[in-house]
Design a protein around this ligand. Sequence first.
Ligand code: 5CA
Length: 446
Amino acid sequence: MRLSRYFLPVLKETPAEAQIVSHRLMLRAGMIRQASAGIYSWLPLGYRVLRNIERIVHEEQARAGHIPVLMPTLQSADLWRQSGRYDAYGPEMLRIRDRHDRDMLYGPTNEEMITEIVAAYVNSYRSLPLTLYHIQWKFRDEMRPRFGVMRGREFLMKDGYNFDLSKEAALHAYNRHLVSYLRTYERMGLQAIPMRADSGPIGGDYTHEFLVLAETGESEVFYDSEVTDLTFGDRDIDYDDWDQCQGVLEEFTSRYARTDETHDEAVFDKVPEARRRSARGIEVGQIFYFGTAYSESLGAFVQNEAGERVPLHMGSHGIGVSRLAGAIIEASHDDRGIIWPEAVTPFQVGLVNLRQGDSATDAACHGIELALEKRGLSVLYDDREERAGAKFATMDLIGLPWRITVGPRGLEKNVVELTSRRTGESEEMSAEAAIDRVAGIYGLAP
Ligand code: 5CA
């Protein structure tokens, strides 16, 4: 993609309304535009990041055996009357009336709707276990939408729902989600710590939130510092194996780690003092087991092996997809701008032409652009007639992890410069070597 033809409305000034760094950088890098309070348009650069986050979520859900669907954003109030949540949900629910005076709502979550679907089609234990999920926009009329996409009113969520024959099977689904979430966040370059939490309007008392530690986080958390030493890494987990998934749960949740809602000073005091931490965190996901409440109220029953009609055991599991774009920036930036992890970067490599209009330099850049694309890499080529300093500032702001810089002086010696956004280190090498190096970093075949 050539920057001269792209739509990248970067801002020079720091927007006054943005209080935290990720919000400032998302506005300055032209990723989002506020449409109204807590509601955002995703501009091209931001949209590419959002799609990358979604792709990782889908890949990890597939690995765990969960099945994607897509449910609508608008729901009928009647479904929510059946579960008893229509009145209970309160002013956070956006209520809408259609032309026939039917009560509708913009879904804040989908337990009712997915349970109705499963109730309609699933009759036998032989169809279980079953986990369905979607990535869809939600609306919660938050009292204080703030920090950009971090606490929006409209936001993108991955929400998944497991249906199982027994509590034991549903707890396996819970553990499986915990494992797959650990993998999902780590792939995005984040350490998200599962912490014991409060279940809020979803219900049930078995729940963990996943928190990314950050000073600007909205949640107050308390934990044993040993939890920050844990990494999931590239373990080969069999998601069908009860013991393996349970083992991961125990490893990652046996130490003290709680949000303020469930914090207990007396229990915390038992953690050796040198390891006690209180900090702030960004909640990037939450998993729940809540039993049979929704299946009983919405009629999701199956025949078990003994021929008895029993309600399904359920849980729901959410990832804050749009919030993650902000959380990743909170975790990875410097004073010049964003530093994207390779896994979610909007373009894999930036290409800077230091002498736009010089025919030899233009031709060399064009050749490199084509060669990178041929290798399957996404490239943002800054072909504007701008000073080098302005081009570097834009590249640093938008945070592409790798930059290839091409100028007439280098070309005389047959070299270009390859620069890491993270370390700031540059190396001179031939264009071919730079292309090979970048392709190798992204795991593309030579
Ligand atoms: N039905 C369950 C799980 S599917 C549920 O709704 N869970 S939740 O309320 O915890 O939301 C899941 C995730 O969505 C949260 O962990 C958070 O990362 C994200 N989220 C929640 N509210 C907002 C918001 N106002 N703005 C951005 N992201 C949000």
